[in-house]
Design a protein around this ligand. Structure first.
Ligand code: C2E
Ligand code: MG
Ligand code: MG
Ligand code: MG
Length: 288
């Protein structure tokens, strides 16, 4: 059993210990080595203007190439990293690396980075962001920090203070996965968001469920009243895109426009070249 769990595992193995628990523990240990072993990388998924379909920006999404298990999904390792506290280091790497890559992009392209609730619980985040911006020369106004409502459920005052510090530096804040968390409406009023991203569960149920469209309409209306642009995430089909565009979502994101991709970000440095081969969608010129 111990052998099965692999190298690097210390300790004892309780005969009753669940395999899943062991595997999880192993993964958590492996995770701690990802940074020094260069196993993490970022992929970038476009956000497009709903009307023109031009790329407005990219969201950075972290990936882990595990030497034995292959690609591990962030849905599996982000929660582990949050539990162990490693998310602080991982998150700092993501911010620095994303700003470094994005500093090579054309000026009109924005960068979105996801930040976990745990990163908000320590007060180092604004300083880390500021350092990453300074080191890369990336314009703070082109950076968007995506947070979910879980950030606001912990220490609300601390979260608010952190958000204000980020905003004072010119960074924008997007509410991610909107509609899935708790007390969404009061959060929108109490926190200084610049954008709302509708969770993809609403978009994916558009095809089968009339209520989904009503919910999207209501969120867009809310955004209008609060002066916040609304983004639809998880747009996979033309029919979904037509509906979210008709409902007034300013931007859209999803496999229809582009999957998260690795090459494109580095390739963007040559976006001046006539026809970028990796991402035809980028051929669109900046909206003059
Ligand atoms: P998210 O921020 O809501 O990111 C959107 C997720 O939906 C991504 O999954 C993306 O690949 C996926 N997606 C995008 N378009 C479509 C589509 O059309 N259809 C479907 N079915 N899926 C689509 P991913 O990359 O697996 O990331 C999952 C979550 O992990 C993210 O949700 C985010 O909460 C978290 N995450 C990813 N990278 C980071 C990071 O660097 N830091 C932190 N704290 N969290 C991250
Ligand atoms: Mg996100
Ligand atoms: Mg999201
Ligand atoms: Mg989501």
């Amino acid at each position: 059993r111990a052998k099965e769990a692999g190298r690097g595992t210390c300790c004892f193995f309780d005969g009753d210990m669940d395999r899943a628990v062991q595997a999880r523990r192993q993964l958590e240990q492996d995770l701690r080595h990802t940074l020094i072993r260069n196993q993490l990388y970022l992929v970038y998924q476009p956000l497009v203007c709903s009307q023109s379909r031009r790329v407005a920006g990219y969201e950075a999404l972290v990936r882990w190439k595990h030497p034995e298990r292959g690609e591990v999904s962030p849905g599996d390792f982000i929660p582990l990293a949050e539990e162990s506290g490693f998310i602080i280091q991982l998150g700092e790497w993501v911010i620095r690396e994303a700003c470094r890559a994005a500093s090579q992009w054309p000026d009109h392209i924005t960068l979105a980075v996801n930040v976990s609730a745990v990163q908000f619980q320590v007060d180092t985040l604004p300083g880390i962001v500021r350092d990453a911006l300074a080191a890369s020369g990336f314009d703070p106004r082109r950076l968007e920090i995506e947070i979910t409502e879980s950030v606001l459920m912990r220490d609300r005052d601390a979260a608010l203070a952190t958000l204000h510090r980020l905003k004072a530096d010119g960074v924008r804040i997007a509410m991610d996965d909107f509609g899935t968390g708790y007390s969404s409406l009061s959060n929108l009023q109490a926190f200084p968001f610049d954008k709302i991203k509708i969770d993809r569960s609403f978009v994916s149920s558009l095809d089968s469920d009339d209520a989904a469209r009503s919910i999207i309409r209501a969120i867009v209306g809310l955004g209008r009243g609060l002066n916040l642009p609304v983004v639809a995430e998880g747009v996979e089909t033309e029919a979904q895109h037509r509906m979210v565009a008709e409902e007034g979502c300013a931007q859209a994101q999803g496999y229809l426009f582009g999957r998260p991709s690795r090459d494109l970000a580095e390739g963007m440095g040559q976006a001046a070249a006539p026809v970028p081969s990796v991402a035809p969608i980028l051929v669109a010129a900046p909206a003059a």
